[in-house]
Design a binder for this molecule. Structure first.
Ligand SMILES: Nc1ncnc2c1ncn2[C@@H]1O[C@H](COP(=O)(O)OP(=O)(O)O)[C@@H](O)[C@H]1O
Ligand SMILES: CC(=O)N[C@@H](CCC(=O)OP(=O)(O)O)C(=O)O
Length: 248
């Protein structure tokens, strides 16, 4: 049954979640939807890296990760960001459980492009049976990391991770929640975005930085059959909705 909803929450968005957001989660829970929150934490990773005098380098919005940066990423995501989000959910009396890639082979991955990005990956496998069981009672909260078949941890961009997970779960919806109300062009939200328009906005350097992996991730999930894919700062408004060519 197609009943999974995947929501990506940017690291900077966690402390800005609204009453409407939590209410929507409660509604979906009461309808029997299985909800997975994939959280970011990029700005905290950069902050700690700088404090430790480690280089902070991003290419196309993806963090170049050597072994030390990978360690910092795991520590920040699993030691700081995830507990913070769980705390917020608990304070709202929403039943949630923290998960990571190594829980019962939850997220398996492979290198994205080792030469260019280092220990960065994409998610290739998921333990759907485990989620089917856990998410009947709890909202899952998961960090964007993966473990390879040879037990190497990998850092995964949180937008990429959410899209990979939504595709693998055959989810009905993917919400990429961020600190802007959608894709902006001249200060206005682009309500519907086709691949062609996204390509043009990228070429014109209107879509830059962290919005780039979000767009790539959004189209990847849409192409694999996730019906509703949106980039937004609210669950209750669609922000920018991904559409087929020619529909906008
Ligand atoms: N065309 C665009 N429309 C909206 N935001 C954009 C655009 N191009 C670049 N951005 C930047 O992308 C940011 C969102 O990406 P990012 O900082 O990675 O957020 P998150 O941590 O939520 O993933 C916005 O805050 C904005 O600075
Ligand atoms: C490979 C890669 O880029 N990983 C990201 C993972 C966290 C993330 O994406 O966090 P936000 O969504 O808050 O930016 C990083 O290290 O920043």
């Amino acid at each position: 049954m197609k009943d999974f909803i995947v929501i990506k929450i940017g690291g900077n968005t966690i402390s800005q979640l609204t009453t409407e957001f939590y209410q929507q989660l409660r509604t979906w829970l009461s309808e029997g939807k299985k909800i997975l929150l994939v959280h970011g934490g990029g700005s905290s990773i950069s902050k700690l890296s700088l404090q430790l005098n480690l280089p902070v380098r991003k290419l196309n919005g993806i963090r170049v990760s050597d072994e030390q940066t990978l360690d910092v990423t795991r520590m920040v995501l699993l030691g700081k960001t995830q507990p913070l989000l769980l705390q917020e959910l608990s304070a709202q009396s929403i039943p949630a459980i923290g998960l990571n890639a190594a829980d019962d082979n939850l997220l398996g991955g492979d290198f994205l492009d080792k030469k260019t990005y280092g220990y960065v990956g994409e998610i290739k496998t998921i333990n759907k049976e485990l989620l089917d069981k856990l998410l009947t009672t709890h909202i899952g909260v998961i960090a964007p990391l993966a473990v390879t078949s040879t037990n190497q941890w990998l850092n995964v961009n949180a937008d990429t991770a959410a899209a990979d997970i939504a595709s693998l779960l055959n989810a009905t919806a993917l919400y990429l929640m961020t600190d802007v109300p959608g894709v902006l062009n001249n200060g206005k939200i682009v309500p519907k975005l086709s691949r062609e328009v996204a390509h043009n906005l990228r070429n014109k350097k209107i879509i830059t930085n962290g919005m780039q992996p979000k767009i790539t991730a959004a189209f990847q999930a849409f192409q694999t059959g996730v019906e509703h894919v949106s980039i937004t700062n609210k669950l209750t408004t669609s922000g920018t909705l991904i559409t087929q060519e020619g529909e906008d």
